[in-house]
Design a protein around this ligand. Structure first.
Ligand SMILES: [Zn+2]
Length: 204
């Protein structure tokens, strides 16, 4: 008797480190893709079609994510961002939306802490929120030029992510993200790209 059938075999394409939304920290991942195989006596022998797209699997919790999850900065990446610039970008964007939103505030504090400012807290955020706009913008302009474009994009990305916590972006939040992007010396195209990626990943 010949026993045949088919099953899905998963292949690992690449490996790396990402921010796992489920574990809440940096974890090793595998970028994988499934492929249907014709099996003979339960052994896959003939490769058939590929199943679905590539996905990211966390080595620790085995959660599976769309590849867009790789765009979220890891804690290690955040550690290289000057915390001060991040604080200012976040405070400006938060101020243009609902800055009383508890989830947005605690995420803002967590992101700045990850960026190396370990003593940052909600009181520090309140102080940042009350700083004069023009003063903050001038400081940002000075600091931004020292950073690589990727780092500046990551800062805008973090600010956009926080702006999206309380719902879709308002006109005012969008305008502020554009202004912050300009202060970070990003082009209009870069700003649009970063903001739409953040939107896509938040599903808003
Ligand atoms: Zn995980």
């Amino acid at each position: 008797m010949i026993i045949f059938g088919w099953r899905v075999v998963f292949f690992t394409l690449t490996r790396g480190v990402f921010h796992c939304p489920s574990c809440g920290g940096d974890r090793d991942y595998r970028r994988r893709q499934g492929r249907n195989f014709f099996t003979l006596f339960f052994v896959p022998v003939i490769p058939l079609n590929k199943t679905g797209g590539e996905f990211i699997e966390c080595d620790t919790c085995h959660g599976r994510w769309e590849t867009g999850v790789l765009n979220v900065p890891t804690t290690a990446q955040l550690a290289h961002m000057p915390a001060m610039l991040l604080r200012m970008a976040i405070a400006q964007v938060l101020r243009s939306g609902d800055y009383t939103n508890a989830a947005a505030r605690s995420r803002a504090v967590a992101v700045v802490r990850q960026a190396g400012d370990g003593g940052y807290d909600d009181a520090g955020l309140t102080a940042d929120l009350s700083r004069p706009f023009d003063e903050v913008r001038a400081e940002m302009g000075r600091a931004a030029s020292a950073l690589a474009p990727e780092a500046r994009e990551s800062i805008l990305r973090a600010a956009a992510e926080i702006a999206l916590i309380d719902g879709p972006l308002t006109v005012s939040e969008e305008e502020t993200l554009s202004a912050v992007g300009a202060d970070l010396e990003l082009t209009r195209v870069q700003v649009t790209g970063v903001v739409s990626l953040a939107r896509q990943d938040s599903g808003r």
